[in-house]
Design a binder for this molecule. Structure first.
Ligand code: MTE
Length: 311
């Protein structure tokens, strides 16, 4: 990870911008200095309409540049800096998302229609990778529970399985077959109550703009109290099931990765301590919070579970 002067100042600029936006239209014209500030910030032009997050936790988002330049997306490469330059081969339009399995009302919907159907909101969340780094991301999306309810799950449905697109023309590592870094398509899963938790988001954008390819365009999952690998990208299929889905990383290495993957500073990964983390753009490590700081909202779902066993 490289740190530059820009990485540090961009946080301040973000806050100045927020304050600035509160000043209203008249002062926009009047204040040329702030206009320059806005221009230098290099934020994307917003192309989504959404309700702003009140940001009660006072989180400071990482810069757009950081969030879109340091990625895990194995379908392209295992190099975090390498994903962005390679990701132009993904074509996110048109894109259909299918919801099926143990539901009364299976359906397929184009992501553009999905964006019109479900009003969007901003959610500024902590994002913690199991490798020990973290960031804060201003996601745009809608609660996954809304989509699931519309499919009318049957009583037997207990889990939700997610699948990334399989297309070896769009994803170079899929074309490598058995020589690829992992098995494809990438699969993830949640328990149904986790999927219904109001924090669980289907994201279609960040910083006001539709998702960049490297972040999982056009639609990806965000589960802020779990390690980042649960947040599956470029989803084409959501299936309600009665069996716990075998997620990609658990299948690849069951000793190191489980199904739950709840952020937990008390349970170390065999290769990485989970006690602390490096927030992108910061020099010093910070303490990792239980459930990534969302304990109040999610701890009840795991009340009687041994979190060392169900890791
Ligand atoms: N989804 C797919 N399809 N392929 C991947 O390799 N990587 C996961 C997750 N979703 C991954 C994926 C991991 S390990 C992390 S940490 C996050 O995406 C990274 O998301 P970001 O690049 O937007 O920060």
């Amino acid at each position: 990870m490289k740190l530059t002067e820009n990485d540090v100042t961009s946080e301040e600029v973000f806050h100045q911008r927020r304050r600035f936006l509160k000043l209203g239209a008249a002062s926009i014209v009047a204040n040329a200095a702030l206009m320059n500030l806005l221009a230098s910030e290099k934020l994307p032009t917003s192309n989504l309409t959404y309700a702003h997050d009140l940001n009660k936790n006072n989180l400071v988002p990482n810069s757009f540049e950081q969030i879109t330049s340091y990625n895990n997306f194995y379908e392209f490469t295992t190099s975090k800096e390498g994903v962005k330059p390679l990701s132009y081969t993904l074509n996110p339009k048109p894109w259909s998302l299918e919801i099926d399995g143990l539901v009364e009302n299976p359906f397929t919907i184009d992501v553009d229609d999905l964006i019109k159907k479900y009003t969007l909101e901003e959610r500024i969340y902590r994002f913690r990778c199991v490798e020990g780094w973290s960031m804060v991301v201003p996601w745009i999306g809608f609660e996954l529970g809304r989509l699931i309810r519309d499919a009318k799950p049957l009583m037997k449905a207990k889990y939700v399985r997610f699948e990334t697109l399989y297309d070896d023309e769009m994803f170079p590592d899929q074309a490598r077959g058995v020589f690829g870094a992992i098995e494809y398509p990438y699969v993830e899963g949640l328990r149904l109550d986790e999927a219904y938790n109001p924090l669980t988001l289907l994201s279609v954008g960040l910083y006001g703009k539709t998702l960049e390819n490297q972040n999982g365009a056009p639609i990806r999952l965000v589960v802020p109290w779990k390690y980042g690998f649960k947040s599956i990208k470029s989803i084409v299929k959501i299936t309600l099931t009665d069996k716990e889905p075998l997620n990609t990383w658990q299948k690849a290495n069951p000793r190191e990765y489980g199904f739950y993957a709840n952020v937990n500073p008390e349970v170390d990964h065999p290769r990485w301590t989970q006690k602390n983390e490096r927030l992108l753009g910061k020099l010093f490590k910070q303490k990792t919070l239980m459930f990534n700081g969302y304990e109040k909202e999610v701890a009840h779902m795991y009340a009687n579970m041994d979190l060392r066993k169900f890791f």
